[in-house]
Design a protein around this ligand. Structure first.
Ligand SMILES: [Zn+2]
Length: 439
């Protein structure tokens, strides 16, 4: 069916621009323009009456009335493991135990291509249902877990196979040779959409890290891994590397270990970075890496997180280290970025700069910048892809300011709402409605 030239959505409109700026228009009309066959971009936005008057003469248009709803840009999730969806709510006492007992046995199942395919199809629907349309994604060591995710996920996803050559159970360990070959083949196939993903310093040997870092550089691809999530992991890492050939006592920090393996680059995304000292921060700054902050995953065990601690975003801001929010499914319990934003606010209540506007910016445009896709997505500026969600007002009140409205959404319902997995009413990708809730 031939689509109309224009779509006009009548709704309230929220458009994050920076840590402190967010455009909010009540009684708005958002005009989408067809750019090619079925793909729409944002054309203009304004007060409903004005826009409708201006568009009155256009014949090829569809008006979509969502006057009780709020439009927000689609989310970008900077760090998540799509192959851990099933274990996200399993008991998490300590990271290594959770990995050994639940996560790794589950990831093993993705060696079967048919299993991976079915799971990817299902997970693609879940992503749309929470309004996430891009991000940095970890698959398992198996090729099929990347191939099917690349095929089914809707949006700008950068995906890589975790590399595990040492210190992991034999059923989920590759030889160094196999890991390097896998990366070479996948980079050739997917170019910059493939992310070189040493799982973390514990499970990827240094020679392999060096090799794949060089491959990433060759393709100008992203590198993603974890750093300094908890003390036990840090101590184990330092202990392992102190006995490695080529690592003297001078490599006495997690960041220095990665640096020695050429992992720290301007296209590197490190998850967590909770327990990093000033010297490490300065090294991360020097190498221009970005940080994926995962508050729901780091949250206390009673909140279904791993109890790792609170990341100090103020230190990153002080040094101007780019960072964005991430769900870290399945270390994080919830796929919805609304849960991640709420957790960020709750954990940083005492900091006045931890605003709801900042949380929204860090779940959208900031991540688009880190992923270098901000020219086409990340918020609802004119000319960008029409990637957005629609949600209902949380209550009868109609705040005039974006900060208050976002706070009402994220915090006021905290006692009534267990999580935000069902908050999205509709998801649109490039102007096409790909998800509608049944509620
Ligand atoms: Zn992770």
């Amino acid at each position: 069916m031939q689509q109309q030239q224009y779509k006009i959505i009548l709704c309230d409109y929220i458009n994050p621009k920076s840590d402190s700026k967010c455009q909010f228009i009540q009684n708005a009309a958002v005009v989408l323009r067809r750019k090619s066959s079925n793909k729409y971009v944002v054309d203009s936005v304004g007060k409903r009456e004005t826009v409708l008057k201006k568009m009155a003469g256009k014949k090829s248009k569809e008006v979509i009335d969502r006057r009780t709803m709020i439009m927000l840009p689609a989310f970008l999730d900077l760090h998540f493991h799509w192959v851990q969806d099933e274990v996200s709510l399993m008991p998490k006492n300590v990271l290594m135990t959770w990995l050994n007992r639940y996560t790794w046995p589950y990831e093993r199942k993705f060696e079967k291509a048919a299993f991976a395919r079915k799971a990817a199809k299902l997970f693609a629907q879940k992503l749309l249902a929470v309004g996430t349309m891009g991000g940095g994604c970890y698959a398992s060591i198996h090729q099929a877990s990347v191939n099917w995710a690349m095929k089914y996920f809707v949006g700008d996803f950068f995906i890589g196979n975790v590399l595990m050559t040492v210190n992991s159970p034999s059923y989920i360990t590759q030889t160094a040779q196999a890991a390097k070959k896998l990366v070479a083949g996948m980079l050739k196939k997917y170019k910059g959409r493939y992310v070189v993903t040493p799982r973390f310093a514990i499970t990827t040997d240094p020679a392999t890290m060096k090799d794949v870092a060089a491959q990433a550089r060759h393709y100008s691809a992203f590198i993603q891994t974890h750093i300094s999530e908890n003390y036990q992991e840090i101590e184990y890492t330092k202990h392992l590397y102190q006995n490695q050939k080529g690592f003297s006592k001078a490599y006495d920090s997690y960041a220095k270990i990665y640096d020695h393996c050429n992992i720290l680059t301007p296209k590197t995304i490190l998850a967590h970075a909770i327990h990093v000292d000033e010297e490490e921060l300065r090294l991360l700054k020097k190498r221009r890496v970005s940080i994926a902050h995962c508050p729901t995953s780091n949250a206390p065990i009673e909140q279904k997180g791993l109890g790792s601690g609170v990341m100090d975003f103020s230190s990153l801001d002080r040094l101007k280290i780019p960072w964005g929010l991430a769900s870290d499914i399945g270390g994080g319990p919830y796929l919805s970025m609304f849960d991640v934003m709420r957790s960020f606010l709750v954990q940083n209540m005492q900091k006045k700069e931890a605003t709801a506007i900042k949380a929204l910016y860090r779940a959208t445009l900031a991540n688009a910048k880190i992923l270098r896709i901000d020219k086409k997505t990340g918020n609802l500026e004119r000319g960008k892809q029409a990637n957005f969600i629609l949600i209902k007002y949380p209550s009868k009140s109609r705040p005039q300011k974006a900060e208050q409205l976002l706070k009402n959404i994220l915090l006021v319902k905290e006692s009534r709402r267990k999580n935000f997995m069902n908050i999205v009413c509709e998801s649109y990708y490039q102007g096409l409605n790909l998800f509608s809730s049944k509620q």
